[in-house]
Ligand binder design. Structure first.
Ligand SMILES: C[S@@+](CC[C@H](N)C(=O)[O-])C[C@H]1O[C@@H](n2cnc3c(N)ncnc32)[C@H](O)[C@@H]1O
Length: 247
C-alpha cells in the first residue's frame, strides 16, 4: 500500500491507499442515479437514517467513517448533524472527486481499511455492501475490517436493499413498460438495477448468510427489514464469534 495525495475539483484532498480503480459506476448508472433523486433529497434521506441509527445523540467530535461513500452525500448529512471528525472511503476516484464536504477522503478498498486498530467510534454504510462482487467472502472481509478499526464500544450502522414483499412489488412495477415510460423515477430505478444486477441479486438471495455474518461481529441493537431495506445497528463484539472461514 502506498499513500500519495491528489487534489480534486473541490478543496478536498484524496489520500490514495491503492491505485485508482473503478468498480462503479458506468455512465448509464450515473445518469439513472441522478434522475432517481436530487442531491438534497438524498441528503435528507441520509439525515433521517442517521437519526434512526441514533447517531445524533453521540458526541459531535467522535470519529465517524463512511464506507462506500461515493460522491459524499452521506458525509454531508453527518456534517449537517454537527459531526466534525469524518472520513470517507471509496474505490472510485471519480466519485470521491465529486465530494463537497469537510471529510478526509480515502481512495481505498473497504476490504482493507486504511485505519489503525481501535481508532474509530462509528462506521456507517449507505448501500455499498450490495456492490461487493463475492459473497460471503467480501462481506466477511469488510465486517472484519470494520470490527478491527472500531473502538471497543464502537458501532456499525448499515442500510442495504432487502427482499421484502414491498421490494418484490417494486421490482414488478418498475419492470412495467408503461410505468417506465411515464414515471421517470421508476425508470431510473429499473436502469440502476439492470446495471448492478449481478451483485444486487446475489445480495438479495443470501439473507441468512448476511445476517449471520453481521451477528458474528456485532451485537445487534436494530436489525429490521421493512420497505425493501434492512437497517442494522450493532455494537462491536469484544471477540467475533467463531465462524467457518469462507476463504
Ligand atoms: C451505490 S454507490 C453508493 C454510494 C453512496 N453510499 C451513496 O449512497 O450515494 C456504491 C459505492 O461503492 C463503491 N465501492 C464498491 N466496492 C467497493 C470497495 N470494495 N471498496 C470501496 N468502495 C467500493 C463504489 O465505488 C460506489 O461509490
Amino acid at each position: 500500500m502506498h499513500e500519495t495525495n491528489a487534489s480534486n475539483k473541490s478543496t478536498q484532498k484524496i489520500k490514495r491507499h491503492i491505485e485508482s480503480g473503478e468498480v462503479c459506476c458506468d455512465p448509464a448508472w450515473e445518469d439513472a442515479y441522478k434522475r432517481f433523486e436530487t442531491p438534497n433529497e438524498e441528503i435528507n434521506k441520509f439525515i433521517k437514517r442517521l437519526k434512526a441509527f441514533g447517531l445524533q445523540d453521540r458526541p459531535k467530535d467522535m470519529r465517524v467513517v463512511e464506507l462506500f461513500c461515493g460522491r459524499g452525500g452521506g458525509l454531508v448529512a453527518l456534517q449537517r448533524l454537527g459531526f466534525t471528525n469524518l472520513d470517507g472511503v471509496d474505490l472510485s476516484e471519480t466519485l470521491l472527486r465529486q465530494n463537497q464536504n469537510e471529510a478526509r477522503l480515502h481512495l481505498a478498498d473497504c476490504r482493507s481499511l486504511p485505519f489503525d486498530n481501535d481508532s474509530i467510534d462509528a462506521v456507517v454504510v449507505h448501500g455499498g455492501l450490495h456492490h461487493l462482487p463475492y459473497l460471503p467472502e467480501d462481506l466477511e472481509a469488510v465486517l472484519k475490517e470494520a470490527h478491527r478499526v472500531l473502538k471497543s464500544s464502537g458501532t456499525f450502522h448499515a442500510v442495504e436493499p432487502w427482499l421484502t414483499p414491498f421490494l418484490r412489488f417494486v421490482h414488478v412495477v418498475v419492470e412495467n413498460h408503461w410505468v417506465r415510460k411515464f414515471y421517470d423515477k421508476g425508470d431510473a430505478l429499473a436502469v440502476m438495477i439492470e446495471h448492478e444486477r449481478e451483485t444486487y441479486e446475489q445480495w438479495l438471495h443470501q439473507p441468512d448468510t448476511i445476517r449471520r455474518l453481521l451477528d458474528r461481529f456485532f451485537v445487534a441493537r436494530t436489525n429490521q427489514a421493512a420497505w425493501g431495506k434492512i437497517q442494522f445497528t450493532g455494537i462491536r463484539k469484544a471477540t467475533p464469534d467463531m465462524g467457518q472461514s469462507s476463504s
